[in-house]
Design a protein. Sequence first.
Length: 212
Amino acid sequence: MARTNQIQAIALCLGTLGALAGCQGNRSELPPVHLINQMDFQQRFDAQEVNDYFKDVDCAKAHNPHQCEGRAARLPLPGTVAVGQLHDDEELYRGRGPDNRLLDRLPAAIKLSTELMARGEERYNIYCQPCHDYTGGGQGVATLRGGGFSVAPKNLNDPQIRAMPLGHFFDVITNGKGTMMPYAAQIPAQDRWAIAVWVRTLQVARTPEEAK
């Protein structure tokens, strides 16, 4: 009798294992069973998804019914500033003093050093040299391709350009001028000042006679 019970128990275990093994790889259209709620059930929304809790406009005035749907990603409150984007240093980020005039010196947050000049030379050779050439003469390799530019790059050694304050070069890099597009998105403010210092270095290295 005991032996029969053992055989039955073994057969039951084998049958159970076989049934479990047979379930591996089977597909079902039914949602999976979760004994413990996991991240599948978290309260979250995908990008551009609608959240019915919010109403972006008055539905009675909406021309498109979809305008009544609320955006899950809410707009930031007016005056919100991202971390690291306060930029409240007018000298550093605008190149202007309290009188709103362009500085003719480095902002207080930046100190003149050999490292700053080396950084300026490196950044200048990357972003400026293709048009203004290595000496600032405005005859970079980009101007020699495809018939040249309809508007030639400025000769940075021109007496009128040499007379500009240091902040002028920072401002031009930041906001662009004429046909030159702004580089604020590509070059951080500190590097823009470093480039301005290197431009001034190129100017000082050439006499007015050489600049002509």
